[in-house]
Ligand binder design. Structure first.
Ligand code: 6PG
Length: 237
């Protein structure tokens, strides 16, 4: 059985099963948070992996008036660019449910990475601890816009990112300090392209996703395609 040190893992059949379980866990966390604190603060993951779950949430019944939504990272592109994480979430989900617009907090990445980071820092400072942080993982083991080999600032909650190996090069990311200030964290990993990075993670490599997931008490949802075959247990006879 594959183990990722310090985190809980669940291997599901395919991307549809991961999307369904993700949507179920988000709706459960929302109901618990609203019952306990009157509000649900959720950080959205970017990239393509969470979109299937967002589409399911667009069909769901929920107490949307008490949802507060933030982004874990954003790409420095115009707000209406289809490559923007905020636009993707709007198109498949948020434009279809009555979450009050003033409770949806896109990162103003069109301002450029330094200015947008400075503008988003107080937004995050006023929201933590989050109730749930959603994250994806890249084929190099990055998460949000925290890339291997990049300096990750320990202090601030939000940081500008330049020279990102995944386009576009300029981005804004929540730091581990912010992402780990959450009651729960869900990391979504699907597709054969992610298998090598999962194997490196399982082998104990300090990839950005590994460091954030441990700090965030994460549950990692994988599909079978992303799960490396583990070597058979040695027969100790
Ligand atoms: C981004 C994301 C990034 C993403 C991974 C996985 O803006 O690109 O926030 O961290 O989660 O790159 O991307 P996919 O889900 O598309 O494989």
């Amino acid at each position: 059985m594959m183990q990722l040190t310090g985190v809980e893992t669940q291997v599901l059949a395919d991307t549809e099963a991961v999307a369904a379980e993700t949507a179920r866990l988000i709706l459960d966390a929302a109901a618990d948070a609203i019952a306990a604190r009157g509000a649900f603060r959720l950080v959205l993951a970017g990239g393509s992996t969470p979109l299937a779950a967002y589409r399911l949430l667009a069909q769901a019944q929920a107490d949307w008036a008490h949802w507060h939504l933030y982004h874990g990272d954003e790409r420095c592109l115009p707000p209406d660019s289809p490559e923007r994480n905020s636009r993707a979430a709007d198109d498949v989900w948020l434009a279809k449910v009555p979450v009050p617009r003033e409770q949806v907090h896109p990162i103003p990445a069109e301002q450029g990475a330094p200015a947008a980071s400075a503008a988003y820092e107080p937004v995050v400072a006023g929201a933590v601890p989050f109730d749930l942080v959603l994250l994806g993982m890249g084929e190099d083991g990055h998460t949000a816009s925290l890339f291997p080999g990049h300096e990750i600032l320990p202090g601030p909650l939000v940081m500008p990112v330049h020279d990102a190996p995944k386009p576009p090069p300029d981005r804004v990311s929540l730091t581990p300090s912010a992402l780990c200030r959450s009651r729960r964290m869900l990391v979504l990993v699907t597709g054969a392209g992610k298998q090598a990075a999962v194997a490196r993670w399982a082998a104990g490599e300090g990839l950005p996703v590994a460091r954030v997931a441990v700090g965030g008490n994460a549950l990692v949802l994988l599909d079978r395609a992303a799960t490396p075959a583990m070597p058979p247990e040695p027969d100790l006879g």
